[in-house]
Design a protein around this ligand. Structure first.
Ligand code: SF4
Ligand code: SF4
Ligand code: SF4
Ligand code: FES
Length: 986
């Protein structure tokens, strides 16, 4: 601890603590407009001047030093603060009463008040630029922009999209998109970081404009009139009384604007934020305190909420009559579901029914779904969509380290010296995790290796991009392991102390010579050696992987090979190391954790363990089935085989997101009874007998578990739309109609039951998760959690990890003369999966309206294709018609088709081949024939899509350029004498 004298009081400071943080911690009141703790010092506003030893220093950019004496309110410091803020006001009109940002958190407003500014000494000067309204979600008003550069810092160094800059050398500096484009045509991905951190109303969410204030919905002419009135009275009354009026208006807003914490409904990163609502209107998403994301979001979490108030929401149960659906009451629908499930159970046995829980639903809902299957029906036929993506990664980790979750946290990915990303389009599928890696790579010298078929954004940023032949990751990973062991580069001490099975593993690596690896993967021996040395030399390595690895017929084995490699290099048990299978859906981790699996009860307790079963039987007062049930792939097979008669699916677009969609649909047509619970009439609903309207995440309480095993609470932002019910209530209604007698009044009671039955969640309860608090499992009874896993032992009885030998078999569905092109597929940044939610946000639809197939420039030339050419893709299993997009993201004869389509889903083309351990479909092993059609349309991606933009990477705000301006002098004494400009970066 350091000692700093702050205005006459000695305070203790942490080493490296910035003065501004110390002052704030001590309850001081130094203005600071450009400083934001999550951005670090940007040093543009000069309002934080304090006096030290007779000289002025910026509190935001100066680290506390032992023995310092700081005056925050000396005449010199105060004068400098006011002078600096005066300059800011020359860039900004204070019309707070008619401003949608007048909500108590406007930094400019609050600083005016803090400094008791009465009059503007430097007159306001309008900037010669128009307001830019060209982005569907936010607008920029140059006249209100105080040039603090927070937005630039956020875009350049937190989001690292590198779109924003400030033209400091211009007569009238402003924020620029791509160096001078409109926002709409720039590379801006609408992540919203800039809008979130803007300290005033220069950047604002369009959903706020005209909605937040009482007077702000007035016509523009009337608003301008009122602004003129404010300007007119200011010389006489001063700002004090103007601010009083605006604060009265602000206080009135507090009564009608609700701010409710939720967790993002889209991907597995687990971003959390406040949702600001006025009645059912979503004013904005305000990220700040989320333990996984802080100020970060992507376009989906920040702006993708159009589905909530969509006209298409299901608001009444539907019952099939012949080929049509009719509306029904809840009573009738639940009665029918319960009656038919009972009849089929009585006639064909409990195992003729199957249940699919939703990875979009809460942990509590997943728990109730498996409880319905097991305790009420009596079958283990229950699964969730982790089967489609993450089950192989879970197996790989179970085999080697004992638990199937990420071994550390997102902060470990930030800390690593080397990050290796395999088969993951992280910047689009897990955007906020990508920001952390991009930032560490850009600012902190982290090294990045990417292995992928496509040159995605992370690949383009990587120090080394590997493009192995499809489906061969296991080979180069194993070859590296062998090379490291053969050349004395493995971490022997770690192996001796913590790992079993080395000899058997070493033997299994015999086939993986560098020569064999070069032949099978197409990567040169030199490249493989380079990767090996980079790992050996890095102090801490993380490996991130996703569906490019898992959705292969050897997904489990490749995931195992990744973990093996981490073990032999000692990359577990330390900060900045570990295995990170990136979970796709918001709660795909939680759905499995909470027992929606055919072989596991909650917390991965096996259904065939009599002791485990007995505990559940005692609590649930039933007898439980002991044999492993059907997974969702086997369910489809069992329908075709006539063994499975009824299904109940919640929130899962199974008919088109399962592979070989035609085959799945044909199965659904054979079901005797099919219940689908969803918020929209999905494609899968077409095959249903009863459709039940559930509620989206904003309309319920519960918890989600993100990719880093982080359990977080979501609160009810809006009441369920009339006619809809939270899914946990619907499942309870069905169970009770069948005689279960459940009495849950609130999801917290369900969580208490889970905790009592599950050692892994023993200490989880809603109190420990209140607000933004979170827990990363396993959670001991006293509430201790594990952000970094395996710090003391691995999760095997002897505490040691296990090397698990794997061999290479090779992919299925290979290209041949007839199906000559390899078809890869995956997500897009803007859409989640098939797009049932995201297409309902107009701005997303505008920017990314349709699906497409990416074709390499060389293949396009060979086949006479341009962007917009219609092609038919034909596989061994089906066909789709789609427009081509010519791009160098793909190479040679490799195509890529995103999943964002219900009409032309890529799964009409994929096969029923699966990972040989988990039954996860081998989605990534598809080959097709491409028939070029005569028709040429517009490019499937419009010009306003950010992929056509031209980012302008720079170090950040680059405030030094401002300081070099002839008209700049540091505040305080007019000539800069005595101002000490200290370090600029973190
Ligand atoms: S990408 Fe766009 S929305 Fe995101 S920070 Fe940059 S300019 Fe703002
Ligand atoms: S637009 Fe950017 S530079 Fe302007 S006030 Fe907002 S954050 Fe600061
Ligand atoms: S989709 Fe993922 S990255 Fe984007 S805001 Fe939601 S949780 Fe965060
Ligand atoms: S807070 Fe802006 S320069 Fe310190």
């Amino acid at each position: 601890m350091l000692k700093v004298n702050l205005d006459g009081v000695v305070r203790e400071a942490q080493p490296d603590e910035l003065l501004i943080d110390l002052i704030n911690r001590a309850g001081g009141s130094v203005p600071h407009v450009c400083y934001h703790p999550q951005l670090g010092p940007v040093q543009t506003c000069d309002t934080c001047m304090v006096e030290e030893n007779g000289r002025l220093i910026r509190a935001c950019a100066t680290k506390a030093a032992d023995g310092m004496t700081i005056y925050t309110k000396s005449a010199k410091a105060s004068a400098a603060q006011v002078e600096a803020f005066d300059r800011i006001l020359s860039n900004h009109l204070l019309y707070c009463t008619v401003c949608d940002n007048n909500n108590g958190n406007c930094t400019v407003h609050n600083t005016t008040k803090l400094l008791a500014i009465e009059h503007q000494r430097i007159p306001f000067r309008s900037k010669p630029y128009e307001v830019d309204n060209t982005n569907p979600f936010y607008r920029y008003d140059p006249d209100q922009c105080i040039l603090c550069g927070r937005c630039v810092e956020a875009c350049q160094n937190v989001e690292v999209n590198e779109t924003l800059s400030i033209n400091w050398e211009d007569t009238n500096p402003r924020v620029l998109w791509d160096g001078g484009s409109t926002i709409g045509e720039s590379s801006c991905v609408s992540c919203g970081h800039c809008v979130t951190v803007c300290p005033c109303n220069a950047l604002m969410e369009k959903s706020m404009l005209g909605h937040a204030g009482f007077l702000t919905s007035l016509k523009k002419s009337a608003l301008s009139g009122m602004i003129e009135v404010v300007k007119g009275v200011e010389p006489e009354t001063g700002y004090g009384s103007i601010l009083q009026v605006s604060e009265a208006e602000e206080a009135m807003r507090e009564h009608r604007i609700r701010k409710t914490k939720t967790v993002c409904t889209y991907c597995g990163v687990g971003c959390s934020f406040d949702v600001w609502t006025k009645d059912r209107h979503i004013l904005k998403i305000a990220p700040e305190h989320g333990p996984a994301n802080g100020i970060s979001t992507c376009v989906k979490g920040k702006f993708g909420w159009g589905h909530i108030n969509s006209q298409d929401r299901l608001t009444t149960p539907l019952i099939r009559e012949e080929d049509k659906f009719r509306q029904a009451s809840w009573e009738e629908a639940i009665g029918l579901v319960a009656r038919r499930l009972s009849e089929i159970k009585n006639k064909d046995g409990a195992d003729s029914l199957a249940f699919i829980s939703s990875s979009k639903c809460t942990n509590e809902e997943s728990y109730l779904m498996q409880k319905l299957a097991r305790a009420v029906i009596g079958t283990n036929n229950v699964d969730n969509c982790s089967r489609y993506c993450q089950a192989p990664a879970t197996v790989g980790l179970f085999r080697t380290v004992g638990y199937g979750g990420d071994s550390g946290s997102i902060s470990d990915m930030e800390k690593a010296d080397l990050v290796i990303i395999i088969g993951s389009n992280t910047a689009e599928s897990h955007p906020v995790i990508a920001t952390r890696v991009k930032s560490s790579h850009k600012l902190d010298g982290q090294k990045l290796i990417v292995s992928d078929l496509r040159e995605n954004e992370m690949a383009r940023r990587a120090d080394l991009f590997l493009h192995p032949k499809p489906g061969t990751d296991l080979v180069w990973l194993s070859a590296i392991s062998r090379y490291l062991l053969d050349n004395g580069l493995a971490h022997t001490k770690f192996l001796d102390q913590w790992v079993n099975g080395l000899e058997q593993y070493r033997k299994s690596l015999e086939p993986f010579t560098l020569e064999a690896a070069e032949r099978l993967t197409g990567l040169s021996e030199r490249t493989i050696r380079t990767v090996a040395h980079m790992i050996a030399e890095a102090k801490a390595t993380c490996i991130l992987w996703a569906m490019g690895v898992t959705q292969q017929s050897q997904g489990s084995d490749t995931s195992t090979a990744i973990s093996n490699l981490l073990l032999i290099t000692g990359n577990y048990m330390r900060p900045g190391t570990g295995a990170y299978p990136l979970r796709g859906h918001n709660n795909v981790q939680g759905a499995s954790d909470h027992g929606s699996m055919p072989n596991m009860l909650t917390g991965y307790q096996s259904v065939d363990d009599p002791e485990v079963r007995q505990q559940f039987e005692t609590k649930w007062k039933v007898t439980l089935p002991s044999t492993t049930g059907l997974d969702n792939h086997q369910m489809v097979e069992a329908i075709h085989a006539g063994k499975l008669k009824a299904m109940y699916v919640i929130g899962e677009e199974m008919s088109i997101v399962d592979s070989n969609a035609n085959y799945v649909e044909a199965a659904f047509e054979k079901l005797d009874f099919f219940v689908v619970q969803d918020i929209f009439f999905s494609h899968t609903c077409r095959y249903a007998d009863v459709v039940l309207p559930g509620a989206p995440s904003l309309e319920k309480e519960g918890t989600f578990t993100s990719t880093e095993r982080r359990i977080q609470r979501l609160y009810e932002v809006l009441e369920p739309l009339d006619g809809c019910r939270p899914d946990w209530k619907i499942v309870q209604d069905v169970a009770n109609q069948m005689g279960a007698g459940w009495r849950y009044q609130h999801p917290s009671e369900i969580m208490d039951e889970i905790a009592a039955l599950t050692p892994m969640f023993a200490g989880v309860n809603y109190e420990r998760l209140a607000g933004y608090k979170s827990l990363q499992w396993p959670v001991a009874a006293d509430g201790t959690d594990q952000p970094l896993h395996y710090t003391k032992r691995f999760a095997f009885p002897d505490g040691k990890a296990r090397l698990f030998p794997v061999s290479w078999i090779g992919p299925t569905d290979q290209p041949n003369a007839e199906f000559d092109l390899h078809l890869n597929n995956g997500r897009l940044l803007e859409h989640f999966h098939e797009g049932n939610l995201t297409y309902r946000t107009e701005g997303i639809r505008e920017k990314t309206p349709d699906v497409f197939v990416e074709v390499s420039p060389e293949l396009a030339e060979e086949r006479g294709i341009q962007s917009g050419t219609w092609v038919q893709l034909i596989s061994r299993y089906g066909k789709v018609r789609v427009r081509a997009l010519v791009t160098d993201r793909v190479h040679g004869k490799e195509l890529y088709m995103p999943m964002n389509s219900v009409e032309s889903p890529v799964n009409r083309l994929t096969s029923s081949h699966t990972d040989h351990v988990t039954d996860t479909p081998a989605y990534k092993e598809a080959s097709v024939h491409m028939k070029v059609l005569a028709e040429v349309g517009d490019s499937p991606l419009p010009r306003i899509n950010p992929r056509f933009g031209h980012p302008t990477p720079q170090g950040g705000v680059e405030v030094e350029r401002k300081w070099k301006r002839a008209d700049y002098a540091p505040p305080g004494n007019g000539n800069g004498n005595g101002l000490v400009q200290l370090q600029t970066k973190k």
